[in-house]
Design a binder for this molecule. Structure first.
Ligand code: NDP
Length: 335
C-alpha cells in the first residue's frame, strides 16, 4: 500500500493505492537485516498525521509519496542476517504495509513471548495501543481508588483498555463513543459504569454533568476539540488530564480552538501530553501484567479485523468515521 498523494482535509481511500511489485527474499551480503513476512497490520490514527504534506508531528517522519506506508505490525522472520533472530521468530514492530518487509534495524523489533494468545493481540492490547493505555493511565493519570474517570473514544483500541484499567484500580468510569452499539459494548462488555453516544448529545457539557454530578478527577483524552472544552468545565480541583491524542483534529486543515483552558488554572488541573515511543523500555512489565489479566479473564478485548492488504486503505479511513468497533487491524496472513 503506497501513499498516492499528500492528504489535505479528510482522508480518502484513493489517497492510497495497492500496487504489485516483486521482492527478493535475500538480505544484503554481511548485513544484519532480516526479512519478515507480515501477518497482522495495525491501523492507527497517527498514520493520518504522517500523510500530510507538512508533517505536523515531530515524533514520526511523514510518509514518502509513492513509497510503501509503514506502521506497527506482527510478522514472522523468514530470512535473517542477525544473530538474535532466527527464521520462524514472531516479532512485533514497525513494518511495511506489504506482504514482505526488509527490516534494516532488527534491534527495533520486539520478540513475541506469548504465541499461545491470538497473534493479532500484539497489534493492540499487547502492542503499541495497549502500552499507550498503560503508560497514560498508570503513569500520567496516577489514579486513586474511588476517583471519577472519563474516557473518550472509549471503545477503541486504547480506550477499551483504559476503562478496564480504571475498573481494576477501583475507579468510577464513564466513556463516550460514536454509536449506540459502542455504548452498549462499553457498559455490558467492558464494565463501564455509564457511557453516552456523543453524536446524539446536543450539549456535551450537560451530558458530562449528568454522568458526573460531582465532577471528573481523570480525563483520558483521545479526541480533543469540543469534547475537551466540555470536559474542562467539569474537572474537579487537582484533576489530571492525560493528553493521549486528538483524533477529531487530524483531518482538519485548521485545528479547532479550545475556549475553556482557564479552568486548568482555577481548578489546579494538570494536563500532560505523552508519546508512547518514549516508554518502550517498560514493555515486558506491561506485557506480563496484561497477559495475566487476559488469562484470568479480568480483562477482555474486542478487535475489528479486515481481511487482506487490499482492504487496508478502507480500514484506515474507517477510523476517522468511527466504523471500527474495537481495535482495527488488517490480516495479511495467519502464519
Ligand atoms: P480507535 O481505535 O479509538 O479509533 C479511532 C476512533 O476515534 C474511532 O473509532 C472513532 O470512535 C473516534 N473518532 C474518529 N473521528 C472522531 C471525531 N471527529 N470526533 C470524535 N471521535 C472520533 O483509535 P486508538 O485507540 O488507536 O487511538 C485513540 C487515540 O489515542 C487517538 O487520538 C490516537 O492518536 C491516540 N494515540 C496516542 C498515542 C500516544 O503515544 N500519545 C499512541 C496511540 C494512540 P467513535 O465511533 O467513538 O467516534
Amino acid at each position: 500500500v503506497v501513499l498516492r498523494n499528500y492528504v489535505d482535509g479528510f482522508l480518502k481511500e484513493n489517497d492510497m493505492e495497492v500496487v504489485t511489485d516483486t521482492v527478493r527474499l535475500q538480505v544484503p551480503h554481511e548485513s544484519t537485516a532480516v526479512i519478515v513476512k507480515n501477518l497482522y497490520l495495525s491501523c492507527d490514527p497517527y498514520m493520518r498525521v504522517r500523510m500530510s504534506r507538512h508533517d505536523q508531528s515531530i515524533e514520526f517522519p511523514g510518509f514518502v509519496l509513492g513509497s510503501v506506508m509503514t506502521g506497527y505490525g506482527v510478522a514472522k522472520v523468514v530470512v535473517s542476517g542477525h544473530k538474535d533472530f532466527k527464521v520462524g521468530d514472531l516479532v512485533l514492530g514497525i513494518t511495511g504495509w506489504e506482504e514482505y518487509s526488509l527490516i534494516t534495524d532488527p534491534n527495533s523489533l520486539i520478540k513475541i513471548n506469548h504465541p499461545e494468545l491470538p497473534l493479532s493481540y500484539y497489534t493492540g492490547i499487547l502492542g503499541m495501543p495497549g502500552m499507550t493505555a498503560y503508560i497514560g493511565f498508570y503513569e500520567i493519570c496516577a489514579p486513586k481508588q474511588g476517583e471519577f474517570v472519563f474516557v473518550s473514544a472509549a471503545s477503541g483500541a486504547v480506550g477499551q483498555l483504559v476503562g478496564q484499567f480504571a475498573k481494576l484500580a477501583g475507579c468510577y468510569v464513564v466513556g463516550s463513543a460514536g454509536s449506540d452499539e459502542k455504548v452498549t459494548l462499553l457498559k455490558e462488555k467492558f464494565g463501564f459504569e455509564d457511557a453516552f453516544n456523543y453524536k446524539k448529545e446536543r450539549d456535551l457539557n450537560a451530558a458530562l454533568k449528568r454522568c458526573f454530578p460531582e465532577g471528573i478527577d481523570i480525563y483520558f483524552e483521545n479526541v480533543g476539540g469540543a469534547m475537551l472544552d466540555a470536559v474542562l468545565l467539569n474537572m474537579r480541583n487537582c484533576g489530571r488530564i492525560a493528553a493521549c491524542g486528538m483524533v477529531s483534529q487530524y483531518n482538519l486543515e485548521k485545528p479547532e480552538g479550545v475556549h475553556n483552558l482557564i479552568n486548568i488554572v482555577s481548578k489546579r488541573v494538570r494536563m500532560e501530553g505523552f508519546v508512547v515511543l518514549d516508554h518502550f523500555s517498560k514493555y515486558r512489565k506491561f506485557e506480563e501484567m496484561v497477559v495475566q489479566h487476559l488469562k484470568s479473564g479480568k480483562i477482555t478485548y474486542v478487535e475489528d479485523i479486515a481481511e487482506g492488504l487490499e482492504s487496508a486503505p478502507t480500514a484506515l479511513v474507517g477510523l476517522f468515521k468511527g466504523k471500527n468497533v474495537g481495535k482495527q487491524l488488517v490480516v495479511i496472513a495467519r502464519e
